[in-house]
Design a protein around this ligand. Structure first.
Ligand code: NAP
Length: 310
Protein backbone atom coordinates (compact mmCIF):
# COMPACT_ATOMS: atom_id res chain seq x y z
CA UNK A 1 0.00 0.00 0.00
CA UNK A 2 1.51 3.32 -1.08
CA UNK A 3 1.41 5.94 1.70
CA UNK A 4 0.55 9.53 0.77
CA UNK A 5 -0.02 12.75 2.66
CA UNK A 6 -2.59 14.04 0.16
CA UNK A 7 -4.41 12.22 -2.62
CA UNK A 8 -6.33 14.45 -5.04
CA UNK A 9 -9.04 12.67 -7.01
CA UNK A 10 -9.52 14.48 -10.33
CA UNK A 11 -7.39 16.76 -12.49
CA UNK A 12 -9.61 19.63 -13.63
CA UNK A 13 -8.90 23.23 -12.58
CA UNK A 14 -9.93 22.48 -8.96
CA UNK A 15 -7.70 19.41 -8.71
CA UNK A 16 -4.65 20.94 -10.38
CA UNK A 17 -4.94 24.06 -8.22
CA UNK A 18 -5.24 21.94 -5.06
CA UNK A 19 -2.16 20.09 -6.32
CA UNK A 20 -0.24 23.35 -6.81
CA UNK A 21 -1.04 24.61 -3.31
CA UNK A 22 -0.39 21.34 -1.49
CA UNK A 23 2.82 20.88 -3.50
CA UNK A 24 4.03 24.32 -2.49
CA UNK A 25 3.26 23.35 1.11
CA UNK A 26 5.70 20.45 0.58
CA UNK A 27 3.04 17.75 0.87
CA UNK A 28 4.03 16.10 -2.45
CA UNK A 29 0.41 15.51 -3.48
CA UNK A 30 -0.58 12.64 -5.72
CA UNK A 31 -3.17 13.53 -8.36
CA UNK A 32 -5.24 10.62 -9.65
CA UNK A 33 -6.03 12.28 -12.95
CA UNK A 34 -8.63 10.01 -14.52
CA UNK A 35 -8.23 8.97 -18.14
CA UNK A 36 -7.76 12.52 -19.43
CA UNK A 37 -6.08 15.35 -17.59
CA UNK A 38 -7.97 18.61 -17.25
CA UNK A 39 -11.54 17.35 -16.97
CA UNK A 40 -14.09 19.35 -18.89
CA UNK A 41 -11.84 22.24 -19.91
CA UNK A 42 -9.67 19.86 -21.87
CA UNK A 43 -12.70 19.68 -24.20
CA UNK A 44 -13.10 23.46 -24.45
CA UNK A 45 -12.05 25.18 -27.66
CA UNK A 46 -11.55 28.71 -26.38
CA UNK A 47 -11.34 30.06 -22.86
CA UNK A 48 -12.23 33.74 -22.93
CA UNK A 49 -13.15 34.31 -19.31
CA UNK A 50 -10.24 33.07 -17.21
CA UNK A 51 -8.52 36.21 -15.92
CA UNK A 52 -4.84 36.66 -16.58
CA UNK A 53 -4.74 34.64 -19.79
CA UNK A 54 -5.94 37.23 -22.30
CA UNK A 55 -4.24 37.42 -25.66
CA UNK A 56 -5.99 39.38 -28.41
CA UNK A 57 -4.07 37.46 -31.09
CA UNK A 58 -4.87 33.99 -29.78
CA UNK A 59 -7.57 33.03 -27.29
CA UNK A 60 -6.09 30.25 -25.14
CA UNK A 61 -7.63 26.80 -25.58
CA UNK A 62 -8.69 24.54 -22.71
CA UNK A 63 -5.82 22.08 -23.30
CA UNK A 64 -3.28 24.95 -23.32
CA UNK A 65 -4.54 26.16 -19.97
CA UNK A 66 -4.51 22.63 -18.52
CA UNK A 67 -0.95 22.13 -19.74
CA UNK A 68 0.26 25.23 -17.89
CA UNK A 69 -1.66 24.24 -14.73
CA UNK A 70 -0.17 20.74 -14.79
CA UNK A 71 3.40 21.97 -15.40
CA UNK A 72 3.05 24.53 -12.61
CA UNK A 73 1.81 21.92 -10.10
CA UNK A 74 4.49 19.39 -11.13
CA UNK A 75 7.20 22.03 -10.95
CA UNK A 76 6.52 22.33 -7.23
CA UNK A 77 6.42 18.57 -6.61
CA UNK A 78 2.93 17.29 -7.48
CA UNK A 79 2.79 13.86 -9.13
CA UNK A 80 0.13 12.93 -11.67
CA UNK A 81 -1.06 9.34 -12.19
CA UNK A 82 -3.32 8.54 -15.16
CA UNK A 83 -5.61 6.16 -13.36
CA UNK A 84 -9.15 6.13 -12.00
CA UNK A 85 -10.37 5.69 -8.46
CA UNK A 86 -12.58 2.63 -8.20
CA UNK A 87 -13.16 2.45 -4.46
CA UNK A 88 -12.62 4.44 -1.28
CA UNK A 89 -13.01 3.63 2.39
CA UNK A 90 -13.37 6.68 4.62
CA UNK A 91 -15.21 4.80 7.40
CA UNK A 92 -12.27 4.46 9.80
CA UNK A 93 -11.07 8.05 9.45
CA UNK A 94 -7.54 9.08 8.47
CA UNK A 95 -5.51 7.41 6.99
CA UNK A 96 -8.05 6.80 4.24
CA UNK A 97 -8.07 3.92 1.79
CA UNK A 98 -8.13 4.82 -1.91
CA UNK A 99 -8.05 2.15 -4.61
CA UNK A 100 -7.48 2.75 -8.32
CA UNK A 101 -7.35 0.26 -11.20
CA UNK A 102 -3.60 0.03 -10.74
CA UNK A 103 -2.80 0.74 -7.09
CA UNK A 104 -3.91 1.03 -3.48
CA UNK A 105 -3.15 4.09 -1.40
CA UNK A 106 -3.24 5.06 2.24
CA UNK A 107 -3.88 8.81 2.30
CA UNK A 108 -3.73 11.06 5.34
CA UNK A 109 -6.10 13.42 3.62
CA UNK A 110 -8.12 13.37 0.40
CA UNK A 111 -9.32 16.21 -1.82
CA UNK A 112 -12.14 15.15 -4.12
CA UNK A 113 -12.30 17.13 -7.39
CA UNK A 114 -13.80 14.53 -9.71
CA UNK A 115 -15.98 17.07 -11.53
CA UNK A 116 -19.12 16.52 -13.56
CA UNK A 117 -20.13 14.95 -16.88
CA UNK A 118 -22.58 15.95 -19.61
CA UNK A 119 -26.17 14.86 -19.07
CA UNK A 120 -27.82 12.62 -21.61
CA UNK A 121 -31.25 13.06 -23.14
CA UNK A 122 -32.27 9.51 -22.36
CA UNK A 123 -34.20 9.02 -25.61
CA UNK A 124 -34.18 6.01 -27.96
CA UNK A 125 -31.28 6.07 -30.40
CA UNK A 126 -29.05 8.33 -28.28
CA UNK A 127 -26.85 5.63 -26.74
CA UNK A 128 -26.47 3.64 -29.97
CA UNK A 129 -25.39 6.61 -32.08
CA UNK A 130 -22.76 8.05 -29.75
CA UNK A 131 -19.71 8.55 -31.98
CA UNK A 132 -21.90 8.03 -35.07
CA UNK A 133 -23.70 11.35 -35.02
CA UNK A 134 -24.46 11.92 -31.34
CA UNK A 135 -21.93 14.03 -29.45
CA UNK A 136 -21.51 15.95 -26.20
CA UNK A 137 -18.46 17.91 -27.33
CA UNK A 138 -18.29 20.32 -30.26
CA UNK A 139 -14.56 20.82 -29.83
CA UNK A 140 -13.93 17.09 -30.10
CA UNK A 141 -16.32 16.20 -32.89
CA UNK A 142 -17.22 19.42 -34.75
CA UNK A 143 -14.58 18.75 -37.37
CA UNK A 144 -16.38 15.57 -38.51
CA UNK A 145 -19.42 17.66 -39.48
CA UNK A 146 -17.72 19.85 -42.03
CA UNK A 147 -20.36 20.96 -44.56
CA UNK A 148 -23.10 18.97 -42.77
CA UNK A 149 -26.34 19.82 -40.97
CA UNK A 150 -26.34 19.52 -37.19
CA UNK A 151 -28.76 20.17 -34.36
CA UNK A 152 -27.87 21.37 -30.88
CA UNK A 153 -30.18 20.45 -28.01
CA UNK A 154 -30.38 22.86 -25.05
CA UNK A 155 -30.72 26.57 -24.40
CA UNK A 156 -28.03 27.34 -21.81
CA UNK A 157 -24.57 28.91 -22.16
CA UNK A 158 -23.02 25.60 -23.21
CA UNK A 159 -25.56 24.95 -25.96
CA UNK A 160 -25.28 28.44 -27.45
CA UNK A 161 -21.50 28.66 -27.11
CA UNK A 162 -21.15 25.30 -28.83
CA UNK A 163 -23.75 26.18 -31.50
CA UNK A 164 -21.65 29.23 -32.41
CA UNK A 165 -18.48 27.11 -32.41
CA UNK A 166 -20.08 24.47 -34.64
CA UNK A 167 -20.84 27.06 -37.34
CA UNK A 168 -17.11 26.94 -38.13
CA UNK A 169 -17.69 23.49 -39.58
CA UNK A 170 -21.36 22.75 -40.17
CA UNK A 171 -23.41 24.13 -43.08
CA UNK A 172 -26.27 24.82 -40.66
CA UNK A 173 -26.83 24.60 -36.91
CA UNK A 174 -30.38 24.30 -35.59
CA UNK A 175 -30.87 24.82 -31.87
CA UNK A 176 -33.76 22.80 -30.46
CA UNK A 177 -34.88 24.23 -27.14
CA UNK A 178 -37.72 23.07 -24.93
CA UNK A 179 -38.88 26.62 -24.13
CA UNK A 180 -39.37 29.82 -26.14
CA UNK A 181 -36.49 31.74 -24.57
CA UNK A 182 -32.86 30.91 -24.00
CA UNK A 183 -31.23 30.50 -20.62
CA UNK A 184 -27.85 31.56 -22.06
CA UNK A 185 -26.35 34.98 -21.24
CA UNK A 186 -27.15 38.03 -23.37
CA UNK A 187 -23.85 38.34 -25.20
CA UNK A 188 -24.00 34.75 -26.37
CA UNK A 189 -27.65 35.12 -27.35
CA UNK A 190 -26.90 38.20 -29.45
CA UNK A 191 -24.03 36.45 -31.19
CA UNK A 192 -26.21 33.42 -31.94
CA UNK A 193 -29.17 35.47 -33.23
CA UNK A 194 -26.80 37.42 -35.50
CA UNK A 195 -25.22 34.27 -36.93
CA UNK A 196 -26.75 33.40 -40.31
CA UNK A 197 -25.97 29.70 -39.96
CA UNK A 198 -27.93 29.34 -36.70
CA UNK A 199 -31.70 28.86 -36.55
CA UNK A 200 -34.02 27.85 -33.72
CA UNK A 201 -36.83 25.41 -33.10
CA UNK A 202 -38.63 26.58 -29.98
CA UNK A 203 -40.80 24.80 -27.40
CA UNK A 204 -39.66 21.47 -28.73
CA UNK A 205 -38.17 18.28 -27.35
CA UNK A 206 -36.33 15.44 -29.07
CA UNK A 207 -38.18 12.12 -28.67
CA UNK A 208 -35.92 9.89 -30.69
CA UNK A 209 -32.69 9.92 -32.68
CA UNK A 210 -32.95 7.92 -35.89
CA UNK A 211 -30.41 6.75 -38.42
CA UNK A 212 -29.05 3.90 -40.45
CA UNK A 213 -25.30 3.63 -39.96
CA UNK A 214 -25.14 7.19 -38.78
CA UNK A 215 -27.76 9.66 -37.58
CA UNK A 216 -30.08 11.03 -40.29
CA UNK A 217 -33.00 12.58 -38.40
CA UNK A 218 -34.57 13.41 -35.06
CA UNK A 219 -38.21 12.94 -34.09
CA UNK A 220 -39.62 15.99 -32.33
CA UNK A 221 -42.66 17.08 -30.34
CA UNK A 222 -43.78 20.66 -29.89
CA UNK A 223 -44.60 20.97 -26.21
CA UNK A 224 -47.19 23.71 -26.71
CA UNK A 225 -49.18 22.26 -29.61
CA UNK A 226 -48.36 18.56 -29.18
CA UNK A 227 -47.50 18.46 -32.88
CA UNK A 228 -45.04 15.73 -33.84
CA UNK A 229 -42.49 16.18 -36.63
CA UNK A 230 -39.20 14.92 -38.04
CA UNK A 231 -36.11 16.97 -38.77
CA UNK A 232 -33.28 15.77 -41.00
CA UNK A 233 -29.80 16.13 -39.54
CA UNK A 234 -26.37 14.54 -39.71
CA UNK A 235 -25.48 15.21 -36.11
CA UNK A 236 -27.05 15.75 -32.69
CA UNK A 237 -25.03 17.75 -30.15
CA UNK A 238 -26.53 17.52 -26.66
CA UNK A 239 -25.81 20.27 -24.10
CA UNK A 240 -28.45 19.99 -21.41
CA UNK A 241 -26.39 20.35 -18.26
CA UNK A 242 -24.27 18.02 -16.18
CA UNK A 243 -24.30 15.46 -13.38
CA UNK A 244 -21.60 15.10 -10.70
CA UNK A 245 -19.12 12.22 -10.95
CA UNK A 246 -19.87 11.04 -7.42
CA UNK A 247 -21.24 7.53 -7.93
CA UNK A 248 -18.15 5.94 -6.37
CA UNK A 249 -18.75 8.05 -3.25
CA UNK A 250 -22.34 6.98 -2.60
CA UNK A 251 -22.73 6.03 1.03
CA UNK A 252 -19.20 7.37 1.79
CA UNK A 253 -19.77 11.14 1.76
CA UNK A 254 -22.92 13.22 2.26
CA UNK A 255 -24.48 14.41 -0.99
CA UNK A 256 -27.65 16.16 -2.08
CA UNK A 257 -30.47 14.51 -4.00
CA UNK A 258 -28.66 15.17 -7.31
CA UNK A 259 -25.40 13.60 -6.12
CA UNK A 260 -23.48 16.84 -5.52
CA UNK A 261 -21.20 16.53 -2.47
CA UNK A 262 -22.17 18.66 0.47
CA UNK A 263 -19.35 20.91 1.65
CA UNK A 264 -19.14 23.79 4.10
CA UNK A 265 -17.41 27.14 3.55
CA UNK A 266 -14.07 25.48 4.36
CA UNK A 267 -14.61 22.89 1.60
CA UNK A 268 -14.96 20.16 4.26
CA UNK A 269 -17.09 17.15 3.37
CA UNK A 270 -19.00 15.03 5.89
CA UNK A 271 -15.77 13.15 6.75
CA UNK A 272 -13.03 14.94 8.67
CA UNK A 273 -9.87 15.13 6.57
CA UNK A 274 -11.73 14.74 3.26
CA UNK A 275 -12.25 17.95 1.29
CA UNK A 276 -14.00 18.61 -2.02
CA UNK A 277 -13.80 21.36 -4.63
CA UNK A 278 -15.01 22.18 -8.13
CA UNK A 279 -18.07 20.91 -9.92
CA UNK A 280 -18.53 17.76 -7.88
CA UNK A 281 -19.81 20.03 -5.11
CA UNK A 282 -20.85 23.11 -7.09
CA UNK A 283 -23.89 22.95 -9.36
CA UNK A 284 -24.18 26.76 -9.45
CA UNK A 285 -21.07 28.61 -10.69
CA UNK A 286 -19.19 25.96 -12.66
CA UNK A 287 -16.49 28.31 -13.90
CA UNK A 288 -12.76 27.70 -14.21
CA UNK A 289 -12.16 30.68 -11.94
CA UNK A 290 -14.53 29.45 -9.22
CA UNK A 291 -13.15 25.92 -9.36
CA UNK A 292 -9.64 27.32 -9.02
CA UNK A 293 -10.77 29.29 -5.95
CA UNK A 294 -12.43 26.28 -4.39
CA UNK A 295 -9.37 24.10 -5.10
CA UNK A 296 -7.21 26.70 -3.37
CA UNK A 297 -9.46 26.79 -0.30
CA UNK A 298 -9.63 22.98 -0.07
CA UNK A 299 -5.84 22.71 -0.29
CA UNK A 300 -5.24 25.39 2.36
CA UNK A 301 -7.70 23.68 4.70
CA UNK A 302 -6.23 20.22 4.12
CA UNK A 303 -2.76 21.59 4.78
CA UNK A 304 -3.89 23.26 8.01
CA UNK A 305 -5.72 20.14 9.16
CA UNK A 306 -2.66 17.96 8.52
CA UNK A 307 -0.30 20.32 10.31
CA UNK A 308 -2.58 20.55 13.36
CA UNK A 309 -2.60 16.75 13.64
CA UNK A 310 1.17 16.53 13.76
P1 NAP B 1 -27.64 24.84 -17.95
O1 NAP B 1 -27.39 26.30 -17.75
O2 NAP B 1 -28.20 24.03 -16.84
O3 NAP B 1 -28.60 24.73 -19.22
C1 NAP B 1 -29.11 23.51 -19.61
C2 NAP B 1 -30.07 23.75 -20.77
O4 NAP B 1 -30.56 22.49 -21.21
C3 NAP B 1 -31.26 24.61 -20.38
O5 NAP B 1 -31.58 25.47 -21.43
C4 NAP B 1 -32.34 23.56 -20.15
O6 NAP B 1 -33.62 24.05 -20.48
C5 NAP B 1 -31.97 22.49 -21.12
N1 NAP B 1 -32.37 21.16 -20.67
C6 NAP B 1 -32.13 20.57 -19.47
N2 NAP B 1 -32.60 19.31 -19.44
C7 NAP B 1 -33.18 19.10 -20.64
C8 NAP B 1 -33.84 18.00 -21.23
N3 NAP B 1 -34.01 16.85 -20.56
N4 NAP B 1 -34.30 18.14 -22.49
C9 NAP B 1 -34.13 19.29 -23.18
N5 NAP B 1 -33.50 20.36 -22.68
C10 NAP B 1 -33.02 20.27 -21.43
O7 NAP B 1 -26.32 24.05 -18.41
P2 NAP B 1 -25.04 24.56 -19.22
O8 NAP B 1 -25.43 25.32 -20.42
O9 NAP B 1 -24.19 23.36 -19.38
O10 NAP B 1 -24.36 25.57 -18.22
C11 NAP B 1 -24.08 25.15 -16.90
C12 NAP B 1 -23.38 26.28 -16.14
O11 NAP B 1 -22.10 26.54 -16.74
C13 NAP B 1 -24.15 27.57 -16.14
O12 NAP B 1 -23.99 28.19 -14.89
C14 NAP B 1 -23.48 28.38 -17.22
O13 NAP B 1 -23.60 29.76 -17.01
C15 NAP B 1 -22.04 27.90 -17.11
N6 NAP B 1 -21.34 28.04 -18.40
C16 NAP B 1 -20.75 29.23 -18.65
C17 NAP B 1 -20.10 29.45 -19.86
C18 NAP B 1 -19.46 30.77 -20.10
O14 NAP B 1 -19.41 31.57 -19.17
N7 NAP B 1 -18.97 31.08 -21.27
C19 NAP B 1 -20.07 28.45 -20.84
C20 NAP B 1 -20.70 27.23 -20.57
C21 NAP B 1 -21.35 27.04 -19.34
P3 NAP B 1 -34.34 25.19 -19.57
O15 NAP B 1 -33.69 26.48 -19.98
O16 NAP B 1 -35.76 25.07 -19.99
O17 NAP B 1 -34.11 24.79 -18.17
Amino acid sequence: MQKEKVVIIGSGPAGLTAALYTARANLKPLVVAGSQIGGQISLTAEVENYPGFFNAEHTPTGPELVDVMQKQAEHFGARVEFDEVTEVDFSKGSPFYVKTYGKEYEAESVIVTAGASPRRLGVPGEEGYIGRGVSYCGTCDGFFFRGKKVVVVGGGDSAIEEAIFLTKFASSVTVIHRRDELRAGHTLQERAFANEKISFIWDTVVDEIVGENTVNKVKLTNRKTGEESEFETDGVFVFIGHYPNSKFLEGKLAMDEHGYLITDEMMRTSVEGVYAAGEIQDPVYRQIATSVGQGTAAALRAEKWLSERE
